[in-house]
Unconditional design. Structure first.
Length: 260
């Protein structure tokens, strides 16, 4: 069985903005799904949900974006009706619970990173991607499976940099996962980069849970309760059954990783 890790980000990797509280953190969330499950269940279920609430046409597919959903911006403006929003939220939460996937979130405190490493200034995005990839490969090894990685497009220049970094990572290995282990577990040494506009179900799923997972990681790091919001409900669901965890059931360090 082949698994793909779909990656979505919250925040930006610019170290220069680290002292701005609104831009202090970068978070990457990977959602690992069997491609057979994407084909048979995830894609048709997401399409059914979208068609039920937002209509749409195959020639102009509706793409789920969390920010636009939260703001009830077109084509999601039907969610301005409180009853419709409640029904949609309940159905979405049930779908996120039923689907078979594994989530991993890595958060880097860019300000702490900047202050701790005066010489080594690893690109925050690439650093988080490395940590995600290590966990993806360890999970593949444990299951005796292989897989690859797909990230949302960030633009031509950034996509080229990220692809090159990924290829170096696979060729050289990391401190914890050797190049041989990476090659044995990955079906491709190249990062797949696609825009969400391609109507890729896995990237839309990653988009839906990336921000709630970031908030959950931040709350748990600060020893705070999860927020009493719909995002908090998604975070509770992730903690209950979706995060990658140790054989003993530990989430921290496995399904959630705080850097540095």
């Amino acid at each position: 069985m082949k698994y793909r890790m779909y990656v979505d980000e919250v925040g930006n990797p610019d170290l220069g903005s680290s002292r701005d509280p609104k831009h202090r953190y970068l978070s990457l969330t990977g959602v690992i799904i069997a491609l057979a499950h994407v084909d048979a269940v995830v894609f048709p279920e997401l399409e059914r949900l979208k068609r039920t609430y937002f209509g749409g046409h195959p020639d102009e597919p509706i793409i789920l974006h969390r920010k636009e959903l939260v703001n009830a911006a077109p084509p999601f403006d039907c969610l301005r009706d409180a009853d419709a929003q409640e029904r949609f939220n309940e159905e979405l939460l049930g779908l996120l619970d039923r689907l078979d996937y594994c989530a991993i979130t890595v958060v880097i405190d860019k300000l702490a990173h900047l202050e701790q490493y005066h010489v080594w200034r690893h690109d925050p995005y690439h650093y988080c991607m490395m940590v995600l990839l290590e966990r993806h490969v360890r999970r593949l090894q444990a299951a005796g499976c292989r897989g690859d990685v797909m990230a949302e497009s960030r633009g031509g220049k950034e996509d080229r940099r990220l692809k090159a970094s990924f290829e170096r990572l696979v060729a050289q290995g990391t401190e914890y996962v050797s190049a041989e282990q990476l090659s044995a577990s990955l079906t491709s040494g190249q990062l797949k980069v696609k825009p969400k506009s391609n109507n890729i179900a896995g990237l839309q799923l990653a988009d839906l849970i990336a921000h709630p997972s970031f908030r959950a990681t931040l709350c748990r790091h600060n020893q705070e309760a999860l927020p009493a919001t719909f995002g908090g409900k998604i975070a509770e669901l992730l903690e209950r059954s979706k995060y990658y965890r140790s054989p003993q059931g530990r989430i921290e360090g496995w399904g959630r990783k705080w850097l540095p």
